[in-house]
Design a protein around this ligand. Structure first.
Ligand code: ASP
Ligand code: MG
Length: 453
């Protein structure tokens, strides 16, 4: 079959880009600026997911009604600016009623299933409203339920997408419709094999966009957000931070994983698999340009960026008896795996393991990661120490584990800092270390000045 649009672009708009009617209008203009944009993926309007997550925690009456009123006001701010507000108003009312009902249910039974069902309403509402904004521009537009295509497992709050199923479902349900209309769908949400609503974890709309781009063999993914690209570090910490115009997939992936908030960490995986470039720009300032992430960035330099991840927990586990190290490691990781602990960086010695727990990400909350059943099981196997209030700093670059000067140049800047743990060598693109949270900013400033300015 030949396609009218062989070079499909998937455009994703984040919460601030659909925050209100004016933001939606600017985003609509960007969509219409390129006829190859055939699929639009949306986040919930800014603030909405946070309100829904709070409602899912089971709020008592005055508080609950208060939050629902806030949600309603946010939606009606947009609806009231539409030329034909009535039909869409009724539809949004129906979703707001669902939200009230689910929030009340959450009082008796808090569950991750209910949480995902509830929070999915944010994206459902923003996408319905955006369709209306596009229709006012006289564009043939259709609303599409992402749950028809984004098939996931049933890890509610942080569901894992089923790539092959998504490709098949997208080919069947979505591809033919791209020929007929501009399609608008939701980021972040999916459904499991039994049809229950799931979510991909906080910030997951970016991931949806790249999963759909992969499934549809798109030629580019545009991620529209509130910053004009990816910076050498957070400009709020270092005002001298510079936008990086071109990044390779590996560099950008390490940056997202290690805390650069611009992209959801998993976003680049589908793009890498299908070699699809990802553009990141600001929807309220498209003229400022942005960052293009693709397979080969031009002339990669050694140091590229610094990322910070806060609220890190360090778990140190020490063996209680003289068993061989390989057995201690195997048993420890078996326990962590059974409890699905989100860990990413690890260092080991003969008798102990230090690992960083990364709780940033799940929709249903992070406090539950160190459950009492996990701690009980660990305690019967080894000595457990927990340290909180740490920050992980990652230097992102190229050939970092091959250049003799790297460690000297990095640690010269950290003379006055108590480095709690170091991870270096597993990836050529990152060197990470853990510091007390209070000294993170000064370390980043010093490193940025000496390595990136
Ligand atoms: N609305 C979801 C969140 O706030 C997903 C996203 O915006 O990407 O986490
Ligand atoms: Mg985001």
């Amino acid at each position: 079959m030949t396609h009218t649009y062989p070079h499909i672009i998937v455009a994703k708009f984040g919460g601030t880009s659909v925050a209100d009617f004016d933001a939606m209008s600017r985003s609509a203009t960007l969509v219409l600026a390129d006829k190859n944009v055939r699929l639009v993926v949306l986040s919930a309007s800014a603030g909405v997911t946070n309100l829904l997550v709070e409602l899912a925690s089971g709020l008592e009456s005055p508080d609950r009604l208060d939050k629902i009123a806030t949600l309603r006001a946010l939606q009606y701010n947009i609806i009231s600016r539409l030329k034909q507000p009535d039909a869409i108003g009724q539809e949004i009312d129906r979703l707001l009623d669902n939200i009230s009902r689910l929030a009340e249910t959450a009082l008796d039974s808090r569950s991750a299933t209910l949480c995902d069902e509830l929070v999915s309403h944010g994206e459902l509402m923003s996408s319905l409203l955006f369709v209306e904004v596009l229709r006012e521009r006289e564009v043939e537009t259709q609303w599409f339920d992402a749950r028809k295509v984004i098939r996931t497992d049933d890890t509610f709050g942080c569901a894992v997408p089923a790539i092959d199923a998504i490709a098949e479902l997208a080919e069947k349900h979505l591809r033919p419709r791209l020929e007929q209309a501009l399609m608008v769908t939701q980021g972040f949400i999916g459904s499991d094999a039994t049809g229950q609503t799931t979510t991909l974890g906080r910030g997951g709309s970016d991931y949806t966009a790249s999963l759909l781009a992969e499934a549809l063999h798109a030629s580019r993914v545009d991620i529209w957000t509130d910053v004009a690209g990816i910076y050498t570090t957070d400009p709020r910490i270092v005002p001298q931070a510079k936008r990086i115009d071109n990044l390779s997939f590996s560099e950008a992936r390490e940056m997202a994983t290690f805390g650069a908030k611009v992209l959801h960490p998993a976003t680049l995986l589908p793009a890498m698999r299908k070699n699809i470039p990802v553009f990141v720009g600001a929807s309220n300032n498209a003229a400022a340009g942005g960052t293009l992430v693709r397979r080969d960035a031009l002339e990669p330099s050694r140091y590229r960026a610094l990322a910070v991840r806060r609220q890190q927990t360090l778990l140190t586990l020490s063996s209680l008896n003289a068993q061989p190290t390989h057995r201690f490691l195997a048993e420890t990781f078996a326990i962590l795996s059974r409890h699905e602990v989100a860990l990413d960086l690890v260092t080991t010695s003969e008798t102990s393991i230090a690992l960083i727990l990364n709780a940033t990400g799940s929709t249903s909350g992070e406090a539950d990661m160190l459950t009492s059943s996990l701690l009980t099981e660990l305690a019967s196997h080894c000595h457990v120490e927990i340290e909180t209030g740490l920050a992980l700093i990652s230097l992102i670059g190229n050939a970092l584990s091959q250049e003799a000067a790297v460690c000297k140049e990095v640690f010269a800047e950290l003379e006055t800092h108590a480095v709690r743990m170091i991870c270096h060598g597993a990836s050529d693109h990152s060197l990470c270390f853990l510091l007390p949270a209070g000294s993170a900013d000064s370390a980043v400033k010093a490193l940025h000045r000496s390595l990136l300015e």
